[in-house]
Design a protein around this ligand. Sequence first.
Ligand code: ZN
Length: 392
Amino acid sequence: MSATFIIGQPRVQDAIAHAASSGRVAQSYLFHGPDGTGKKAAALAFAQTLLCEQKSGHDGLACGKCLPCTKAQRGLHPDIHIYLPHPKDTNVSKISERIQRIFVNPYAQVDFKRRPSLDDAGKTSSGMVIYHAGYIESIQREFYHVPVEGTYSIGILVDADFIQTATANKFLKMLEEPPERTILILTAERTDTMLPTILSRCQHVRFDPLMPIDIEQALIEREHVEAQRASFVARMADGSFTAALELLDNEDIGERRALAIEYIRQSFSKHPDRVMPLIEQISKLGREPVKQLMGLMLSWVRDIVLFQAAGAAASLINVDQSEAIQKFVAGLPDADSASMVSHIEAAAQLIERNSHVGLTLTVLSDALSDSMRGNDRAQLFESLDSPAVVMA
Ligand SMILES: [Zn+2]
């Protein structure tokens, strides 16, 4: 994959192309914004463009054809270095494996914190993921060498907000007295936890959540996803291409959505023999899948809101469900879909705060049932928001 393939972010692409073509390049940059919006992709594209001999690609970005470009794209350019925070005593080969994956697909989820095991997505982290002092020293050593081949030596520090105060002073030296022709690109999801002394020495580039249409196109073009599925996943991904890739990986998503819709349907029936087994089934899934299920419920009910407002012209998230949504709207003309949305949102927040899953789903089921009949009781959830219910 070409490292210059950045999804969306036209403002960032312009800034990169302009810096590379004008030669006015800062020595340190901070690419900041939500996860999955392309900070690493842009950092690699910037590095490649700086080293490219032609800069004749799209909008003045790297050509993708010259020797430095082909090396950069394969992760073989000796002047591009990527660094990742990791738990202490992590084997060097484990770090390199993840860095290689960034070169292959900079949108893949490879960091040690969110993805402690590359093979097992459900595994939880062991050990603090930070930039340890020894690692900072080795980064420093690499940077006191002149560029091997190119005009610049470029270091990409992924998740630089994981640099702790204890090691920040070592790191600050690099920022204060950078060796000639070295460029550091820091990426961070949040800047509010970073030291002001680091922040003030970098040129900041902000990344916005991606537009669903950009995610959809990239899914079709890069991942060869079928159009209808691409549209659904793109709208569920919340502006993150990384989240979209993870949703694609999750084969259960269709099944989960069916379960979410069934729960809403049976809630209307108010029939305990039908509702309670479903609640039991959902409770057994575990907290993370339940959160996802809530998201799926929300997307379905939001589609109902859209359909009520715009009819057949509505741009639905669950495009493949338009018939079912149409039937729902026609069959329940009194349904207060806006209050259904707020009930599900309230329940999702409670789940997030460790409320009892079964109890939350039982109350939600009652609330939805009333909303679907058009007699809403907004106070239903207030009783749930008590310390007795919010427990680990
Ligand atoms: Zn090139």
